[in-house]
Write a protein of this length. Structure first.
Length: 188
């Protein structure tokens, strides 16, 4: 004997609410887990430096994976490294890569040969791509090193300032407790 299932707007909405509640709980769990990460100041600063360096290299499309692997090797914050590596995205990649190419080409002393573009043979494409790739790497490494140093000290400075404010707040609370005494005595 088959028992008919009750169906209707009330049952369906309860089922949907239960699914939505489960999804909300899962997201909340991972959100709080992310917020409560116990990461040292040094680890976050190294992650920022690593991510910023990777973001300027011509590895577009592979930056997240490279950042994760190198963050694990160098024992720095993976989250910060991946977020910092997203500096080059679809909107920012063209100006960043143009600037790094220009810098690299100036340092290497190469000039863009427009005749290679007009002649679309495999040899000209290999020569063109090799020169462009070298210039991108040289310029990217220089810009990346500068950004990495700035990012490292920026994170160290922010974290140090926040730590000092936290210590001051705790000291002020302790002074207030000692000066006023326990709360139970004040009520009488």
């Amino acid at each position: 004997m088959v028992v008919p299932q009750k169906s209707g707007p009330c049952v369906d909405s309860l089922y949907l609410k239960s699914i939505m509640e489960t999804i909300r709980r899962v997201f909340r769990y991972f959100y709080y887990r992310f917020i409560r990460l116990q990461v040292s100041q040094e680890s976050m600063a190294r992650g920022m430096a690593l991510g910023l360096f990777i973001s300027t290299t011509p590895t577009f499309g592979f930056q997240t994976g490279i950042a994760l692997v190198l963050a694990a090797i160098f024992r720095c914050s993976k989250v910060v490294a991946v977020v910092a590596a997203q500096l080059t995205n679809a909107l920012t990649a063209p100006p960043i890569y143009f600037a790094t190419y220009y810098l690299g080409a100036e340092i290497l002393g190469t000039q863009f040969d427009s005749s290679l573009v007009n002649d679309l043979s495999m040899d000209s494409l290999k020569q063109l791509s090799g020169e462009v790739f070298q210039a991108l790497w040289v310029g990217g490494c220089i810009v990346g090193t500068i950004l990495a140093v700035v990012g490292y000290f920026f994170v160290i400075g922010i974290d140090t300032k926040a730590h000092r404010q936290l210590v001051r707040a705790k000291l002020a609370m302790e002074r207030g407790k000692r000066k006023n005494g326990p709360m139970e005595e004040k009520i009488d």
